[in-house]
Design a protein around this ligand. Structure first.
Ligand SMILES: [Cu+2]
Length: 267
């Protein structure tokens, strides 16, 4: 009995150790988030009050997250320059509203943004105020930013219904078009898709309300109809050529004259 109890204790020991390690890691992560100057609302508060942090106060963006019940700002960066930027070229401010009313002019859409296309300068520092007019949660999320500066290449503002949040990020120097969307289930498909053009951009993304059409349209034609059409045309051309050749070179039925071939009698 004692040996069995000891066995159980031994068996539980690894599980207990694993639990302690997980708890220690969670505690370390919390401390890292608290120690981060860009975390826990300090940066968003500065951005909300228009006070940009000096560039030398470079934060570790790995844990840059401001989160509460009314919203979140993730991967905010008001101070660290992208590698290809010598300085911040310009401070730009964008105020975006989210709501069903902005979908009204786009048939089939449920949600919308007050603006689905944004133009900014290369190396500019952009402060976005995202105002959610709806009663459901929405996001304003940029993808494709440099991962050495923005974890997962993303800058993200989220606002609960009836709330707003402000966040700041710096774009690289290359002329490029970035995807902006709301990642709540089905919100992008229902109209919450936009594009951020840095400099000249790199073209338009598909299905941006008011800017570009859908990339894939529904088709009611049979699959492979183009291939079959081409095959039919080529076959027709081949048959026509063959018949023309035969008509010009050989005797036709009913005693018609032969063309193109000299007979022995004619020679
Ligand atoms: Cu949304």
């Amino acid at each position: 009995m004692t040996a069995a109890a000891g066995g159980h204790r031994l068996a539980r020991a690894p599980a207990t150790a694993a639990l302690l390690i997980i708890l220690a890691q969670a505690s370390g992560l919390t401390r890292a988030q608290t120690d981060d100057p860009g975390a826990s609302g300090a940066a968003p508060r500065a951005a909300e009050h228009g006070q940009h942090r000096p560039q030398e106060a470079a934060p570790d963006h790995a844990h840059s997250l401001s989160l509460d019940g009314a919203g979140a700002v993730m991967n905010e960066n008001a101070g660290t320059l992208p590698r290809d930027c010598a300085e911040v070229s310009r401070d730009q401010e964008i105020t975006v509203y989210a709501g069903r009313e902005f979908a009204a002019e786009f048939p089939g859409n449920t949600f919308g943004l007050s603006q689905h296309e944004y133009y900014v300068e290369p190396c500019s520092r952009i402060t976005v105020t995202f105002v959610n007019n709806d009663d459901v949660r929405h996001q304003w999320m940029v993808h494709g930013l440099p991962r050495y500066l923005y974890p997962t290449g993303m800058f993200h503002i989220e606002a609960a219904g009836g709330h707003s949040r402000t966040g700041t990020f710096i774009v690289p120097s290359d002329h490029r078009t970035y995807l902006v969307h709301c990642d709540m289930p089905q919100h992008m498909e229902r109209g919450m898709k936009a594009q951020l053009k840095v400099g000249r951009g790199s073209g338009d993304l598909w299905s941006i309300p008011g800017v570009s059409g859908d990339f894939e349209r529904d088709s009611y034609l049979p699959r492979g109809i183009t291939l079959w059409f081409l095959l039919a045309v080529l076959s027709g051309a081949a048959i026509f050529s063959l018949l023309t050749y035969r008509r010009g070179g050989l005797t036709l039925p009913g005693g018609a004259r032969r063309h193109g071939v000299r007979s022995d009698r004619e020679a």
